[in-house]
Design a protein around this ligand. Structure first.
Ligand SMILES: [Fe+2]
Ligand SMILES: [Fe+2]
Length: 316
């Protein structure tokens, strides 16, 4: 089947099939630079399908319950981080619906519909992990989420139940509001997915790989992040095109980043640490590494959108 595409675009998308999180992050940079068409991103979605039921969690369950493997601090930190992912996946599934209605072109709407199904799968993946590995006995996904809500921090709630929900609700009420869509995509694809989720995932996966633990989870979570990098590729293309068409959207993106990042970066900080901007993790890395990695990732995306990297000006 002949789909004409330039070589860079093709190879940037192909290497997304790599199984390593750092490779996925490096390839995301290349996707962002190559700015593939929506049709190519949709084609990747068709070719990268997976099932949340395909991963074997038996070794994970044994390892999670083995006190000789984890310190209490490591378990607590993992529970905090993974619960933010589990709840976050549910939120982004539901809140994406108005985005898909508001997107002006068919290509964008089809991509966003594919993304809604990805986010639903991610949520189901975490639901299964919490049952089969962490021992949750909740009867429904709703009940499982409600229990894990106790593990997330208040900034996470402000980001998802406040900032993301408000802009999604604005789009629901007024799907013609293109400026709200620019704000929404900045919050959702650039901050939540591109800056926070992929960074958090990268550090979790790196630690688990070094320890050689939770192989089923690592496999599944790597698939999740491959999807996420496709979503971020969509967001960068959408905003780059919006800015190309009308420079005033730069200011909209900039203002949205200024409002969202100070809350967003604190989603990384466990509620029990003394200084939320400066803490050690029980996996041997310091918070500054995460903040720096997140800001570097954001700067690259801004550059690809035609923005000054300084627009990232976050408190971290
Ligand atoms: Fe997701
Ligand atoms: Fe996503």
């Amino acid at each position: 089947m002949a789909i004409s595409t330039n070589g860079d675009d093709q190879s940037a998308l192909d290497v997304l099939l790599d199984g390593d999180i750092d490779a996925i992050m490096a390839q995301l940079d290349r996707i962002v630079e190559a700015a593939p068409s929506y049709r190519r991103l949709i084609s990747r979605w068709e070719n990268q399908g997976w099932s949340s039921e395909a991963f074997d969690f038996s070794r994970d369950a044994e390892e999670w319950n083995d006190d000789s493997i984890w310190t209490a601090e490591q378990r607590r930190f993992m529970l905090f981080s993974l619960s933010e992912f589990f709840l976050g996946e549910e939120r982004v599934t539901t809140e994406l619906l108005p985005f898909a209605i508001a997107a002006p072109t068919d290509d964008q709407r089809i991509f966003l519909a594919s993304q809604i199904s990805d986010e639903a799968r991610h949520c189901v993946f975490f639901d299964r992990f919490y049952r089969e590995v962490l021992g949750s006995e909740a009867e429904t996904i709703t009940a499982n989420l409600a229990i894990q809500r106790a593990n997330v921090n208040d900034d996470f709630k402000r980001l998802f139940d406040g900032i993301l929900h408000d802009v999604a609700d604005e789009l629901r009420r007024d799907p013609e509001n293109f400026e709200a869509l620019v704000r929404g995509i900045t919050v959702y694809m650039i901050v939540i997915e591109g800056t926070l989720a992929l960074t958090g995932a990268r550090f979790i996966l790196r630690s688990l790989k070094e320890m050689d633990r939770l192989p089923g989870f690592r496999d599944g979570f790597t698939h999740v992040n491959r999807d996420e990098s496709r979503h971020v590729g969509f967001g960068v293309k959408f905003l780059a095109d919006a800015i190309k068409a009308d420079e005033r959207y730069k200011r909209v993106v900039q203002e949205t980043l200024s409002e969202t990042l100070p809350v967003g970066v604190l989603a990384f900080s466990p509620p029990w640490v003394e200084d939320r901007y400066d803490f050690d993790t029980p996996f041997g890395y310091h918070s500054s590494e995460m903040f720096e990695y997140a800001m570097r990732s954001l700067s690259k995306k801004l550059a690809a959108m035609g923005m000054e990297p300084s627009a990232a000006g976050a408190p971290a």
